[in-house]
Structure formats: C-alpha cells, structure tokens
Design a protein around this ligand. Structure first.
Ligand code: PMT
Length: 400
C-alpha cells in the first residue's frame, strides 16, 4: 500500500469544501496511512466528526480542553509526518500568518515539527484580495506547501478561482511529500513512453496490442513525485493518469517516435515502457475496406516502424540515462540482455508473459532489472505502483 503506516494529520476548518476532506481521509486510510483529524468549531458545522472518526478509526480532536482534560497539541504535531490543512479558510490563513493561536488546530500548527500542506478554499474575490495574496506569499516563505486552487463553481454559487483541490490531487501531493521529502529528482527532466500503439489498416481497423499503459503511467507518476519534470508520451490507453506531468497523446509508432525525438535531447532520463508495434500496414487505406464475398485475397503488406529506444540509445550523450523494457515469452534473461546491448540502453526491465500476474493489463508486475554493468535485480510480484517505486529507485541509484 502506497502510504502503509505513514502518519498523516488532517486539519479541517470551516468551509463547505470540508465535505471533500471526508473523501481525502478515506483515500489516505485505504492507502494504509494512519490518519488523525483536528477540526475547528466552525468545521463541525459543515461535516460531522462522527463521519471522520469512523473513517479515520481515531477520535477527532476539536477542543483545547475537554472537561478537566487538556488536549496534547504538542504530541499531535510531533506524531505527524505531514500536517494537511484542508480546507484552509481565509480566516485560518490569516491566523497562521499572524500567530493567532486561539483554537486547538492553531495550537497544533504552531507546535508541529513536520511539513505542512494547506489546501485553500474561498470565494474568488477573497482569494484574489491583496491581503490574501500577501498572506499566501508570507506562508510560502515560511516553507508551507500550497495546493493550487481550482476554477469552477464556488460555495457562493459564483464561478471562478478558489475551489479547494480535489481529494485525489491532494492525495497525490501528500504521497509525494511523504515519500520523497528530499525530492531526489528535482531539476531532472524525465521522458516516459507508455501504452500500445495502434497502426491503422483503414479508418476502422488497426494492428495493436494489449498494453493498458498502467506500467508506464505508474513510472511517470513516481518520477513526478520524486520531483522530476515529467513528459509522458502515451499511446491509446484508457488508464487514468495523475496531474503534475505533461502528457502527449499519440496513436502510432511513428507519432510516438516523432514526439520522443522532440524531447529526447533535453531529457536526463528516458524510460521506454511502451509496447510499440514493430510493423505497420504499409498502405493504410483512406476508406473502410468493405466486406466482400469470401476472405479478401489481397494481403496486408507490412512496413517496419522506427525503433524508438534503439534510436535514442544511439543518440544518447554523456549524462543521459536510457532505460528500456523487454517483454518476453521464452529465453527471457538472454533475450533481455541482448536487447540491453543491441539498443545501447543503460538498464533494461524484463517482464515475462509466462509469469502469472505480470505484463499487460493487470495491476501487478514481476520484473528483473539488468544494468549494463552486469548487475541483476529480480523483484517479486508487486503492484505496478510498487514496481515503479523500485524501478525509479534503481534508476536513481544507478545514476548516482
Ligand atoms: O501497459 P501495461 O498493460 O501496464 O503493460 C506493461 C508492459 C507489459 C507493456 C511493459 O511492462 C513492457 O514490457 N513494455 C515493453 C513492451 C515491448 O514492446 O517490449 P519489446 O521487448 O518488444 O521492446 C523492447 C523495448 O524496445 C521496449 O522498451 C520498447 O518500448 C522499445 N521499442 C520497441 C519497438 C519499437 N519500434 N520501438 C521501441 O522503442
């Protein structure tokens, strides 16, 4: 699980956007995180503490004192690896800037030793007010991380900027901050290919393969979380991809080749996880081939597609790292190592269709990473996310 046993403290302030924080808590708990929640009194008017305590499996804290007992804000702030204030109102933003410690949430903020991520939510006029801008800049200068606000329908019924970020986006940022606090790939440009290619026979039919794009998308996401500037060249895939990266959509191997060559020279790391068709119909028909009586006698003549990885392996300059994939069914290790040499890659990631749970479509993979120095790392069957984590770490270690 992505956030297994990681300790996340959620602060909720009084905004209608608080309903989204319920979903955020659910996502965090599902990812294995330990979640605790602090709410202001105003927040309790918008969402029920009972919902949050049920989802987080922890008592929700709101008051500095309960009867004759004192809530230990110092320990809450020290317990957490990350404190996420979502939503952040204009009022709480101002208190954070001016040191106004008049509730438990503020006491936790002022005693927290961990990084803080805030997710503003306010009406557009408040968000654009010069005092808000000044306060935001002041908190950013203090090292507080900000989620960008969204544009759309606001609590007032008006449309504009100021919507709290969506729970999935906040979750991704939380993951990146917790997993890679040092951002080891900051300043690096990473190019990733993913998904299948579709080679048209006519406007209706194509030659393709079963790649879903999941492996490559997981890799691109992991690079982005580690701080890299990521370009994902993605073939026809229905898989969801997160924000925080540039995505270039392509259909054919030739289009993928063109898109990759446009960016390869400026990339520090290039990972080729796409399942690219080696051949395409030599003359794709402009109109649908009509059904005729009997099997068509005219064969589909194939032409060779450019080998994107091989081209980049040849072009590679000092300091650039090229990583290929090898999808095999027989004689796997030998074939993968042959591809590593032929395509002049630095590393190659082998997956075999003989391994149950590996390869196309599924959410898991089982890979072995070979590097050009003869090092071999066999990984067990893991989720594609965890496989991506291991591959990114192998790349970081190889490059350093
Ligand atoms: O997308 P998923 O459903 O998550 O599945 C993931 C995956 C199985 C597609 C992925 O893990 C994988 O193995 N990708 C490589 C598939 C492949 O085409 O392997 P290959 O052995 O045929 O190609 C070797 C390498 O050359 C690959 O890096 C490939 O991207 C590259 N290549 C191949 C042909 C070509 N014309 N251009 C290329 O760049």
């Amino acid at each position: 699980m992505q956030l297994q046993n990681r300790k996340i403290l959620i602060g909720i302030t009084g905004s209608i956007a608080a309903y989204k924080t319920i979903l955020l808590v659910r996502l965090l708990v599902k990812a294995g995180a330990e979640v605790r929640v602090v709410m202001t009194a105003a927040a309790r008017d918008f969402v029920s503490p009972l919902v949050l305590s049920t989802l987080s499996k922890n008592k929700v804290e709101s008051d500095l004192f309960e009867g004759d007992a004192w809530a230990n804000h110092v320990m809450l702030g020290r317990w957490a690896e990350l404190f996420v204030i979502a939503p952040l109102t204009c009022n709480t933003l101002s208190k954070m800037v001016h040191g106004q410690c008049d509730n438990l949430l503020m006491a936790v903020y002022f005693s927290a030793t961990c990084p803080v991520l805030v997710c503003p939510a306010m009406d557009e006029d408040m968000w654009h007010h010069k005092i808000t801008l000044r306060n935001v800049n002041s908190l950013k200068a203090d090292g507080v991380h900000f989620m960008p606000v969204g544009n759309g329908e606001l609590g007032s019924g008006l449309f504009g900027e100021g919507r709290m970020a969506e729970p999935e986006e906040i979750f991704q940022t939380v993951y990146g901050l917790v997993k890679y606090p040092e951002k080891p790939l900051k300043g690096k440009r990473v190019l990733v290919t993913a998904g299948p290619t579709f080679e048209p026979i006519d406007p209706v039919r194509f030659i393709g393969n079963h790649s879903s794009g999941k492996m490559g998308i997981a890799l691109a996401a992991e690079f982005a979380y580690a701080g890299a500037e990521v370009k994902l060249v993605l073939g026809p895939s229905n898989a969801n991809f997160p924000g925080g990266m540039e995505v270039i959509r392509v259909q054919t191997a030739q289009q993928m080749y063109d898109a990759v060559l446009e960016s390869f020279a400026e990339s520090d790391i290039a990972v080729f996880s796409a399942a690219v068709a080696d051949y395409r119909p030599a003359d794709s028909r402009p109109s649908k081939i009509k059904k005729v009586a009997g099997v068509p006698q005219e064969p589909i003549v194939l032409a060779e597609n450019p080998d994107i990885l091989k081209t980049c392996g040849k072009m590679k300059k000092m300091g650039q790292l090229v990583v290929g994939f090898a999808l095999e069914t027989d004689n796997e290790a030998v074939n993968a190592q042959q591809k590593l040499r032929d395509k002049q890659a630095d590393l190659i990631v082998l997956n075999s269709l003989k391994d149950e749970g590996a390869g196309f479509g599924v959410d898991t993979n089982k890979v072995t990473i070979f590097d050009k120095n003869g090092q071999e790392t066999a990984l067990p069957l893991l989720s594609k996310h965890e496989t991506a984590v291991r591959i990114v770490n192998a790349i970081i270690n190889f490059g350093s």
